[in-house]
Design a protein around this ligand. Structure first.
Ligand code: PLP
Length: 390
């Protein structure tokens, strides 16, 4: 916080019991009917500055928009509540949120990240944080993870299920290894969301989101969030990056994402139901080498997934029996799946990840990542069958 603007006092949400279920908290936390007009839906507060009293004191919780504004506060309260953290900071994108965590580390800090981490996170670590000493490791291999942490570390980053290989890391065990090595543990929970997986309950210190995905839910807003288990020194540094470096989230973006949270539970459950049916339908398909989805019983992370999450999520990958060009052709024949990057929206997307990640990508060239939306399962299956049929 700058001198100009104190830490905003939390506003209370009317009628929400703190023990209410996540579905209920997603609808209400941080929101209340407008005390002046009675408006039920929140207003968008575009003001970048807030009036002071004649004595020069702030009249309310806000002083300057970069430091905080009503829509960001409402969103931060909701996200913190859903993840079971004490506090959250919302950013202009998921990568801005991850960058804030990395900048909050001491110079020369040792970071351990998944070998198939989201490629933007890898780029951020390698190209923009050369002072950090980063080790990439297959986190499904606990012996390898233990070895990577052996010399001590400041941060273990986890992404589970991973993007786009759908590998599952055992959060509880990984957190234990991180803490034993003196490291904080941050989990990117973008794919599962707190509806299915709450890493803070499993001991994680920080949870990260690309709110661009399921939180927003409609492919029309970018955002990111960091939730902290405790409002401590580390979180104060993350908050300082958000406010001092200007990585804060804008009012309309926060409003859209806060609205998206209200339908997150039912969207994600419906999308996950369809993803499971698609995975089972194509499992063993003659035109596919593999279907990567933790909900399949023969997926190596199936049982870990059941232990640590209440759903398998709406992302899956298909490995085509064929080379890079044949895989491009399969995606090219889709009519209902849109060929586009990103995920978590109401429309289904298909992407040959290697085309986005570049030639040094560890992702197999025959892998197609699917983000399952809200269309009818039979139409999606039909589209993929036609595309695979050639
Ligand atoms: N984390 C994960 C798991 C992602 O899939 C993405 C983007 O695809 C990000 C972070 C980055 O989020 P953003 O695009 O909002 O910066």
């Amino acid at each position: 916080m700058t001198q100009d603007s104190p830490s905003p006092a939390p506003t209370s949400s009317r009628g929400v019991d703190p023990d209410a279920r996540p579905t209920t908290r997603a609808v209400h936390v941080g929101l209340a009917p407008d005390p002046t007009t009675g408006a039920v839906a929140p207003s968008i507060s575009l003001s970048t500055t807030f009036e002071r009293t004649s004595e020069g004191a702030l009249r309310g919780a806000f002083g300057y928009g970069r430091d905080g504004h009503p829509n960001r506060l409402a969103l931060e309260q909701a996200v913190a509540s859903l993840e079971g953290g004490e506090v959250a900071a919302c950013f202009a994108s998921g990568l801005a949120a991850i960058d804030a965590v990395l900048r909050a580390l001491p110079a020369g800090a040792r970071v351990v990240a998944p070998s198939d981490v989201y490629h933007g996170t890898r780029q951020l670590l390698v190209e923009h944080h050369p002072s950090l000493e980063t080790t990439f490791v297959d986190q499904t291999d606990l012996a390898a993870l233990r070895a990577a942490l052996a010399g001590g570390a400041e941060l273990l980053m986890i992404e589970t299920p991973s993007n786009p290989a759908l590998d599952v890391t055992d959060i509880l065990l990984a957190v234990g290894l991180a803490h034993a090595a003196g490291a904080l543990c941050a989990v990117d929970n973008t794919w599962m969301t707190p509806i299915f997986q709450r890493p803070i309950e499993l001991g994680a210190d920080l949870v990260i989101h690309s709110s661009t995905k399921y939180f927003g839910g409609h492919s029309d807003v970018s955002g990111g969030a960091v939730v902290a288990a405790r409002e401590d020194e580390m979180f104060a540094r993350i908050r300082a990056v958000q406010t001092h470096a200007g990585a804060s989230a804008a009012p309309f973006d926060c409003w859209l994402i806060r609205r998206g949270l209200q339908t997150l539970d039912c969207r994600l459950r419906a999308q996950t139901q369809t993803a499971g049916e698609i995975a089972r339908h194509f499992h063993g398909h003659p035109r596919l080498e593999a279907v990567l989805y933790p909900g399949l019983e023969d997926h190596p992370g199936h049982h870990t997934s059941i232990r640590q999450a209440s759903g398998f999520g709406a992302m899956l990958s298909l490995c085509v029996r064929g080379d890079r060009a044949e895989t491009t052709a399969v995606a090219g024949r889709c009519r209902l799946f849109t060929r586009a990057t990103s995920l978590g929206g109401v429309e289904s997307l298909i992407e040959q990840r290697v085309l986005v990640e570049g030639d040094d990508s560890p992702t197999p060239p025959n892998l197609l990542r699917l983000s399952i939306g809200l269309e009818h399962v039979d139409d999606l299956v039909g589209d993929l069958e036609r595309a695979l049929g050639g």
